[in-house]
Design a protein around this ligand. Sequence first.
Ligand code: OVV
Length: 402
Amino acid sequence: MLSTVERNDGVATSEIDPFSRAFLSDPYPFHEQLREAGPIVRLTRYGVWAVARYEQVHPLLNNWQTFGSGGGVGISNFHKEKNWRPPSLLLETDPPKHTQTRSVMNRVLSPPNLKKLRDGFYQDAVRLLDRALELGSFDAVAELAQPYPLKVFPDAVGLAPDGRERLLAYGDMVFNTMGPKNEFYDAAMSKAAEVMPWVTQRCERSALRPGSLGQEVYKAADAGDVTHAEAALLVRSFLSAGVDTTIYALGNAILCFASNPEQWQRLRQDPTKVRAAFEEIMRFETPFQAFFRTTTQATEIAGVPIEADEKIYVSVGAANRDPRKWDDPERFDITRKTVGHVGFGAGIHACVGQMIARIEVEMMLTAMVERVASIELTGTPERLLHNTLRATTKLPVRMTPV
Ligand code: OVV
Protein backbone atom coordinates (compact mmCIF):
# COMPACT_ATOMS: atom_id res chain seq x y z
CA MET A 1 0.00 0.00 0.00
CA LEU A 2 1.17 3.49 -0.74
CA SER A 3 1.57 5.67 2.25
CA THR A 4 -0.54 8.56 3.34
CA VAL A 5 1.32 10.54 5.96
CA GLU A 6 1.01 13.78 7.85
CA ARG A 7 3.46 16.57 7.08
CA ASN A 8 5.13 18.32 10.01
CA ASP A 9 2.69 21.22 9.54
CA GLY A 10 -0.19 18.76 10.05
CA VAL A 11 -1.19 18.61 6.37
CA ALA A 12 -1.99 15.13 5.01
CA THR A 13 0.10 14.05 2.05
CA SER A 14 -0.18 10.99 -0.15
CA GLU A 15 1.92 9.24 -2.76
CA ILE A 16 -1.21 7.88 -4.45
CA ASP A 17 -1.23 8.44 -8.22
CA PRO A 18 -4.86 8.78 -9.38
CA PHE A 19 -3.69 8.27 -12.98
CA SER A 20 -1.81 5.00 -12.42
CA ARG A 21 -2.95 1.65 -13.81
CA ALA A 22 -3.52 0.34 -10.28
CA PHE A 23 -5.77 3.25 -9.35
CA LEU A 24 -7.72 3.27 -12.60
CA SER A 25 -8.33 -0.50 -12.63
CA ASP A 26 -9.96 -0.35 -9.20
CA PRO A 27 -10.27 3.21 -7.86
CA TYR A 28 -12.41 2.46 -4.82
CA PRO A 29 -9.75 1.31 -2.31
CA PHE A 30 -7.69 4.37 -3.29
CA HIS A 31 -10.71 6.64 -2.87
CA GLU A 32 -11.02 5.32 0.65
CA GLN A 33 -7.36 6.03 1.39
CA LEU A 34 -7.71 9.58 0.06
CA ARG A 35 -10.88 10.21 2.09
CA GLU A 36 -9.33 8.76 5.24
CA ALA A 37 -6.05 10.67 4.83
CA GLY A 38 -7.84 13.93 5.60
CA PRO A 39 -10.34 16.53 4.35
CA ILE A 40 -7.69 17.81 1.92
CA VAL A 41 -4.60 15.92 0.85
CA ARG A 42 -1.40 16.97 -0.92
CA LEU A 43 -0.61 14.57 -3.77
CA THR A 44 3.19 14.52 -3.73
CA ARG A 45 3.48 12.78 -7.12
CA TYR A 46 2.04 15.81 -8.94
CA GLY A 47 2.23 18.69 -6.46
CA VAL A 48 -1.53 19.23 -6.47
CA TRP A 49 -4.22 19.15 -3.81
CA ALA A 50 -7.03 16.57 -3.64
CA VAL A 51 -10.47 16.49 -2.05
CA ALA A 52 -12.38 13.20 -1.88
CA ARG A 53 -14.84 13.70 0.98
CA TYR A 54 -18.37 14.84 0.19
CA GLU A 55 -18.17 17.51 2.88
CA GLN A 56 -15.37 19.29 0.97
CA VAL A 57 -16.29 18.35 -2.61
CA HIS A 58 -19.83 19.72 -2.58
CA PRO A 59 -19.12 23.23 -1.24
CA LEU A 60 -16.02 23.51 -3.42
CA LEU A 61 -18.15 22.90 -6.53
CA ASN A 62 -20.52 25.60 -5.34
CA ASN A 63 -17.75 28.19 -5.01
CA TRP A 64 -16.73 29.12 -8.56
CA GLN A 65 -15.39 32.44 -7.32
CA THR A 66 -12.48 30.77 -5.49
CA PHE A 67 -12.30 27.43 -7.32
CA GLY A 68 -12.24 28.48 -10.95
CA SER A 69 -12.52 26.57 -14.21
CA GLY A 70 -10.69 29.06 -16.45
CA GLY A 71 -7.40 27.32 -15.64
CA GLY A 72 -8.84 24.16 -17.19
CA VAL A 73 -10.44 21.21 -15.41
CA GLY A 74 -7.58 18.82 -16.03
CA ILE A 75 -4.27 18.63 -14.20
CA SER A 76 -2.55 21.11 -16.52
CA ASN A 77 -2.92 24.77 -15.65
CA PHE A 78 -3.97 26.83 -18.70
CA HIS A 79 -2.55 29.93 -17.01
CA LYS A 80 0.90 28.35 -17.27
CA GLU A 81 0.60 26.02 -20.23
CA LYS A 82 -1.34 26.37 -23.48
CA ASN A 83 -3.94 23.65 -24.07
CA TRP A 84 -4.02 21.50 -27.21
CA ARG A 85 -7.47 22.83 -28.21
CA PRO A 86 -9.11 26.25 -27.81
CA PRO A 87 -10.66 26.17 -24.31
CA SER A 88 -14.32 25.21 -24.01
CA LEU A 89 -16.57 28.25 -23.58
CA LEU A 90 -18.58 26.27 -21.02
CA LEU A 91 -16.37 23.81 -19.18
CA GLU A 92 -13.16 25.83 -19.08
CA THR A 93 -14.64 29.30 -18.61
CA ASP A 94 -15.71 31.37 -15.60
CA PRO A 95 -18.40 34.02 -15.25
CA PRO A 96 -19.24 36.44 -16.75
CA LYS A 97 -18.52 34.65 -20.07
CA HIS A 98 -19.75 31.33 -18.70
CA THR A 99 -23.08 32.87 -17.66
CA GLN A 100 -23.71 33.95 -21.23
CA THR A 101 -22.75 30.69 -22.95
CA ARG A 102 -24.47 28.57 -20.32
CA SER A 103 -27.71 30.46 -20.76
CA VAL A 104 -27.61 29.76 -24.51
CA MET A 105 -27.09 26.04 -23.87
CA ASN A 106 -29.80 25.98 -21.18
CA ARG A 107 -32.24 27.36 -23.73
CA VAL A 108 -31.15 24.99 -26.49
CA LEU A 109 -31.55 22.07 -24.08
CA SER A 110 -34.88 23.33 -22.70
CA PRO A 111 -37.58 20.81 -21.71
CA PRO A 112 -39.78 21.47 -24.79
CA ASN A 113 -36.81 20.90 -27.14
CA LEU A 114 -35.90 17.68 -25.32
CA LYS A 115 -39.45 16.38 -25.13
CA LYS A 116 -39.50 16.19 -28.93
CA LEU A 117 -36.60 13.71 -28.81
CA ARG A 118 -38.08 11.10 -26.47
CA ASP A 119 -40.11 9.02 -28.94
CA GLY A 120 -37.28 8.78 -31.46
CA PHE A 121 -34.82 7.76 -28.71
CA TYR A 122 -37.24 5.09 -27.51
CA GLN A 123 -37.68 3.68 -31.02
CA ASP A 124 -33.92 3.48 -31.56
CA ALA A 125 -33.55 1.76 -28.18
CA VAL A 126 -36.22 -0.82 -29.07
CA ARG A 127 -34.70 -1.48 -32.49
CA LEU A 128 -31.20 -2.13 -31.07
CA LEU A 129 -32.51 -4.13 -28.14
CA ASP A 130 -34.72 -6.39 -30.30
CA ARG A 131 -31.73 -7.11 -32.52
CA ALA A 132 -29.57 -7.94 -29.50
CA LEU A 133 -32.26 -10.15 -27.95
CA GLU A 134 -32.28 -12.27 -31.08
CA LEU A 135 -28.62 -13.00 -30.39
CA GLY A 136 -29.45 -14.00 -26.81
CA SER A 137 -25.82 -13.79 -25.66
CA PHE A 138 -23.89 -10.73 -26.74
CA ASP A 139 -21.50 -7.97 -25.74
CA ALA A 140 -23.78 -5.31 -24.25
CA VAL A 141 -21.21 -2.59 -25.00
CA ALA A 142 -20.92 -3.44 -28.70
CA GLU A 143 -24.66 -4.05 -29.20
CA LEU A 144 -26.30 -1.49 -26.92
CA ALA A 145 -24.17 0.87 -24.81
CA GLN A 146 -22.11 2.13 -27.74
CA PRO A 147 -24.36 2.14 -30.83
CA TYR A 148 -27.38 3.66 -29.11
CA PRO A 149 -25.93 6.98 -27.85
CA LEU A 150 -23.77 7.14 -30.97
CA LYS A 151 -26.97 7.12 -33.02
CA VAL A 152 -29.44 9.22 -31.02
CA PHE A 153 -27.19 11.98 -29.68
CA PRO A 154 -25.38 13.03 -32.87
CA ASP A 155 -28.76 12.75 -34.66
CA ALA A 156 -30.19 15.24 -32.14
CA VAL A 157 -27.20 17.58 -32.50
CA GLY A 158 -27.68 17.40 -36.28
CA LEU A 159 -24.62 15.49 -37.48
CA ALA A 160 -24.60 13.49 -40.70
CA PRO A 161 -24.36 9.72 -40.14
CA ASP A 162 -20.90 9.18 -41.63
CA GLY A 163 -17.65 9.07 -39.69
CA ARG A 164 -19.18 9.02 -36.23
CA GLU A 165 -16.56 6.60 -34.91
CA ARG A 166 -14.33 9.68 -34.89
CA LEU A 167 -16.47 11.03 -32.07
CA LEU A 168 -15.16 8.19 -29.90
CA ALA A 169 -11.57 9.08 -30.72
CA TYR A 170 -12.35 12.74 -30.05
CA GLY A 171 -14.02 12.08 -26.69
CA ASP A 172 -11.05 9.96 -25.75
CA MET A 173 -8.77 12.94 -26.46
CA VAL A 174 -10.93 15.41 -24.54
CA PHE A 175 -11.18 13.34 -21.39
CA ASN A 176 -7.83 11.52 -21.31
CA THR A 177 -5.96 14.81 -21.71
CA MET A 178 -7.45 16.00 -18.42
CA GLY A 179 -4.85 13.71 -16.86
CA PRO A 180 -1.05 14.06 -16.89
CA LYS A 181 1.01 13.26 -19.98
CA ASN A 182 1.04 9.51 -19.35
CA GLU A 183 0.46 6.51 -21.64
CA PHE A 184 -3.33 7.13 -21.75
CA TYR A 185 -2.87 10.77 -22.69
CA ASP A 186 -0.41 9.92 -25.47
CA ALA A 187 -2.51 7.08 -26.89
CA ALA A 188 -5.58 9.32 -27.08
CA MET A 189 -3.69 12.19 -28.73
CA SER A 190 -2.15 9.96 -31.39
CA LYS A 191 -5.39 10.38 -33.38
CA ALA A 192 -5.52 14.18 -33.13
CA ALA A 193 -4.25 15.05 -36.61
CA GLU A 194 -6.94 12.96 -38.26
CA VAL A 195 -9.81 13.76 -35.91
CA MET A 196 -9.53 17.48 -35.14
CA PRO A 197 -10.13 18.88 -38.65
CA TRP A 198 -13.16 16.58 -38.97
CA VAL A 199 -14.60 17.77 -35.62
CA THR A 200 -14.08 21.42 -36.53
CA GLN A 201 -15.77 20.94 -39.89
CA ARG A 202 -18.74 19.10 -38.38
CA CYS A 203 -19.35 21.99 -35.96
CA GLU A 204 -19.96 24.38 -38.86
CA ARG A 205 -23.48 25.56 -39.41
CA SER A 206 -23.64 24.13 -42.94
CA ALA A 207 -22.84 20.65 -41.61
CA LEU A 208 -25.81 20.58 -39.22
CA ARG A 209 -29.29 19.32 -40.09
CA PRO A 210 -32.09 21.95 -40.05
CA GLY A 211 -34.19 21.74 -36.89
CA SER A 212 -31.32 20.19 -34.86
CA LEU A 213 -29.95 21.29 -31.48
CA GLY A 214 -26.80 22.40 -33.29
CA GLN A 215 -28.86 24.73 -35.50
CA GLU A 216 -30.55 26.10 -32.37
CA VAL A 217 -27.13 27.21 -31.10
CA TYR A 218 -26.54 29.10 -34.35
CA LYS A 219 -29.98 30.71 -34.05
CA ALA A 220 -28.89 32.07 -30.67
CA ALA A 221 -25.89 33.55 -32.49
CA ASP A 222 -28.25 35.13 -35.07
CA ALA A 223 -30.11 36.70 -32.14
CA GLY A 224 -26.81 38.17 -30.89
CA ASP A 225 -26.53 36.07 -27.71
CA VAL A 226 -23.10 34.75 -28.74
CA THR A 227 -20.93 35.25 -31.84
CA HIS A 228 -21.05 32.75 -34.71
CA ALA A 229 -17.50 31.66 -33.89
CA GLU A 230 -18.62 30.99 -30.31
CA ALA A 231 -21.60 29.02 -31.61
CA ALA A 232 -19.21 26.64 -33.37
CA LEU A 233 -17.36 26.06 -30.09
CA LEU A 234 -20.62 25.47 -28.25
CA VAL A 235 -21.58 22.82 -30.80
CA ARG A 236 -18.13 21.35 -30.16
CA SER A 237 -19.06 21.12 -26.47
CA PHE A 238 -21.96 18.85 -27.41
CA LEU A 239 -19.56 16.56 -29.22
CA SER A 240 -16.94 16.72 -26.44
CA ALA A 241 -19.18 16.11 -23.48
CA GLY A 242 -22.15 14.17 -24.79
CA VAL A 243 -20.86 10.98 -26.37
CA ASP A 244 -18.44 9.01 -24.16
CA THR A 245 -20.20 10.05 -20.97
CA THR A 246 -23.56 8.59 -22.02
CA ILE A 247 -22.02 5.51 -23.65
CA TYR A 248 -20.16 4.76 -20.43
CA ALA A 249 -23.13 5.59 -18.21
CA LEU A 250 -25.23 3.09 -20.12
CA GLY A 251 -22.52 0.42 -20.01
CA ASN A 252 -22.16 1.00 -16.27
CA ALA A 253 -25.95 0.74 -15.94
CA ILE A 254 -26.12 -2.64 -17.64
CA LEU A 255 -23.13 -3.84 -15.60
CA CYS A 256 -24.82 -2.74 -12.36
CA PHE A 257 -27.92 -4.77 -13.19
CA ALA A 258 -26.01 -7.78 -14.51
CA SER A 259 -24.02 -7.87 -11.25
CA ASN A 260 -27.06 -7.22 -9.04
CA PRO A 261 -29.88 -9.36 -10.50
CA GLU A 262 -32.21 -8.71 -7.54
CA GLN A 263 -32.08 -5.00 -8.41
CA TRP A 264 -33.17 -5.79 -11.96
CA GLN A 265 -36.15 -7.72 -10.60
CA ARG A 266 -37.03 -4.77 -8.38
CA LEU A 267 -37.01 -2.47 -11.38
CA ARG A 268 -39.19 -4.89 -13.34
CA GLN A 269 -41.68 -4.97 -10.47
CA ASP A 270 -41.85 -1.18 -10.50
CA PRO A 271 -40.82 0.37 -13.83
CA THR A 272 -41.57 3.84 -12.45
CA LYS A 273 -38.19 3.46 -10.67
CA VAL A 274 -36.24 3.77 -13.94
CA ARG A 275 -35.30 7.39 -13.31
CA ALA A 276 -34.35 6.76 -9.67
CA ALA A 277 -32.30 3.76 -10.79
CA PHE A 278 -30.29 5.94 -13.14
CA GLU A 279 -29.44 8.35 -10.31
CA GLU A 280 -28.13 5.43 -8.27
CA ILE A 281 -26.05 4.28 -11.25
CA MET A 282 -24.58 7.80 -11.50
CA ARG A 283 -23.72 7.71 -7.80
CA PHE A 284 -22.40 4.17 -7.74
CA GLU A 285 -20.41 4.12 -10.99
CA THR A 286 -19.89 7.80 -11.80
CA PRO A 287 -18.68 7.99 -15.43
CA PHE A 288 -16.84 11.35 -15.07
CA GLN A 289 -14.91 10.35 -11.94
CA ALA A 290 -12.86 13.42 -11.16
CA PHE A 291 -11.71 16.77 -12.50
CA PHE A 292 -9.75 19.78 -11.31
CA ARG A 293 -10.38 23.32 -10.25
CA THR A 294 -7.76 26.10 -9.97
CA THR A 295 -7.71 28.50 -7.03
CA THR A 296 -8.33 32.09 -8.17
CA GLN A 297 -6.97 33.51 -4.88
CA ALA A 298 -5.35 32.30 -1.66
CA THR A 299 -7.89 30.40 0.40
CA GLU A 300 -8.23 27.55 2.88
CA ILE A 301 -10.00 24.21 2.99
CA ALA A 302 -10.71 22.63 6.40
CA GLY A 303 -8.17 25.04 7.90
CA VAL A 304 -5.40 24.15 5.42
CA PRO A 305 -4.06 27.24 3.64
CA ILE A 306 -3.99 27.00 -0.18
CA GLU A 307 -2.16 29.47 -2.37
CA ALA A 308 -3.59 31.14 -5.47
CA ASP A 309 -3.29 29.34 -8.85
CA GLU A 310 -3.08 25.88 -7.26
CA LYS A 311 -4.69 22.84 -8.86
CA ILE A 312 -7.19 20.83 -6.83
CA TYR A 313 -8.21 17.30 -7.84
CA VAL A 314 -11.91 16.95 -7.08
CA SER A 315 -13.06 13.34 -6.88
CA VAL A 316 -16.82 13.24 -7.34
CA GLY A 317 -16.49 9.45 -7.68
CA ALA A 318 -15.06 9.27 -4.14
CA ALA A 319 -17.58 11.77 -2.72
CA ASN A 320 -20.39 9.64 -4.17
CA ARG A 321 -19.18 6.71 -2.03
CA ASP A 322 -18.20 8.63 1.09
CA PRO A 323 -19.57 6.68 4.10
CA ARG A 324 -19.83 9.98 6.01
CA LYS A 325 -22.58 10.92 3.55
CA TRP A 326 -24.07 7.60 2.35
CA ASP A 327 -25.31 4.55 4.26
CA ASP A 328 -23.63 1.43 2.99
CA PRO A 329 -22.19 3.31 -0.03
CA GLU A 330 -20.71 0.19 -1.66
CA ARG A 331 -24.19 -1.27 -2.10
CA PHE A 332 -26.00 -0.67 -5.40
CA ASP A 333 -29.61 -0.03 -4.36
CA ILE A 334 -32.10 1.55 -6.76
CA THR A 335 -34.45 2.42 -3.88
CA ARG A 336 -31.84 4.52 -2.06
CA LYS A 337 -32.29 8.28 -1.65
CA THR A 338 -29.66 9.59 -4.06
CA VAL A 339 -30.48 13.27 -3.77
CA GLY A 340 -27.27 15.27 -3.47
CA HIS A 341 -25.08 12.87 -5.48
CA VAL A 342 -22.42 14.72 -7.45
CA GLY A 343 -22.32 12.43 -10.51
CA PHE A 344 -23.36 15.40 -12.67
CA GLY A 345 -21.22 17.80 -10.66
CA ALA A 346 -22.83 20.68 -8.75
CA GLY A 347 -22.99 24.48 -8.92
CA ILE A 348 -22.82 26.63 -12.04
CA HIS A 349 -20.95 23.97 -14.04
CA ALA A 350 -23.32 21.10 -13.19
CA CYS A 351 -23.86 19.04 -16.33
CA VAL A 352 -25.93 21.09 -18.78
CA GLY A 353 -26.76 17.92 -20.73
CA GLN A 354 -28.00 15.91 -17.77
CA MET A 355 -31.62 15.97 -18.94
CA ILE A 356 -30.80 14.64 -22.39
CA ALA A 357 -28.53 12.02 -20.77
CA ARG A 358 -31.41 10.97 -18.51
CA ILE A 359 -33.76 10.67 -21.48
CA GLU A 360 -31.24 8.52 -23.35
CA VAL A 361 -30.65 6.09 -20.51
CA GLU A 362 -34.28 6.08 -19.39
CA MET A 363 -35.53 5.19 -22.85
CA MET A 364 -33.11 2.25 -23.09
CA LEU A 365 -33.85 1.03 -19.55
CA THR A 366 -37.58 1.34 -20.22
CA ALA A 367 -37.27 -0.71 -23.41
CA MET A 368 -35.27 -3.28 -21.40
CA VAL A 369 -37.73 -3.43 -18.51
CA GLU A 370 -40.50 -4.24 -20.97
CA ARG A 371 -38.53 -6.92 -22.80
CA VAL A 372 -35.85 -8.44 -20.57
CA ALA A 373 -36.76 -10.91 -17.81
CA SER A 374 -33.19 -11.42 -16.59
CA ILE A 375 -29.61 -10.34 -17.31
CA GLU A 376 -26.67 -12.62 -16.58
CA LEU A 377 -22.95 -12.07 -17.00
CA THR A 378 -21.48 -14.76 -19.25
CA GLY A 379 -17.86 -13.66 -18.92
CA THR A 380 -15.64 -11.18 -17.15
CA PRO A 381 -16.39 -7.53 -17.99
CA GLU A 382 -13.40 -5.51 -19.17
CA ARG A 383 -12.72 -2.15 -17.64
CA LEU A 384 -11.33 0.81 -19.56
CA LEU A 385 -8.15 2.33 -18.19
CA HIS A 386 -8.78 6.02 -18.67
CA ASN A 387 -7.46 9.16 -16.95
CA THR A 388 -10.93 10.56 -16.24
CA LEU A 389 -13.76 8.21 -17.17
CA ARG A 390 -14.94 5.00 -15.56
CA ALA A 391 -16.25 2.57 -18.09
CA THR A 392 -16.73 -0.98 -19.23
CA THR A 393 -15.38 -1.83 -22.68
CA LYS A 394 -16.60 -5.41 -22.86
CA LEU A 395 -19.72 -6.70 -21.18
CA PRO A 396 -20.63 -10.27 -22.14
CA VAL A 397 -24.22 -10.95 -21.10
CA ARG A 398 -27.19 -13.17 -21.74
CA MET A 399 -30.54 -11.40 -21.70
CA THR A 400 -33.57 -13.65 -21.37
CA PRO A 401 -36.63 -12.16 -23.07
CA VAL A 402 -39.89 -11.74 -21.15
C1 OVV B 1 -18.51 18.48 -19.43
C2 OVV B 1 -17.52 18.55 -20.53
C3 OVV B 1 -16.61 17.54 -20.69
C4 OVV B 1 -15.71 17.62 -21.72
C5 OVV B 1 -15.71 18.70 -22.59
C6 OVV B 1 -16.61 19.71 -22.44
C7 OVV B 1 -17.52 19.64 -21.40
C8 OVV B 1 -16.58 20.89 -23.37
O1 OVV B 1 -17.37 21.80 -23.19
O2 OVV B 1 -15.75 20.89 -24.28
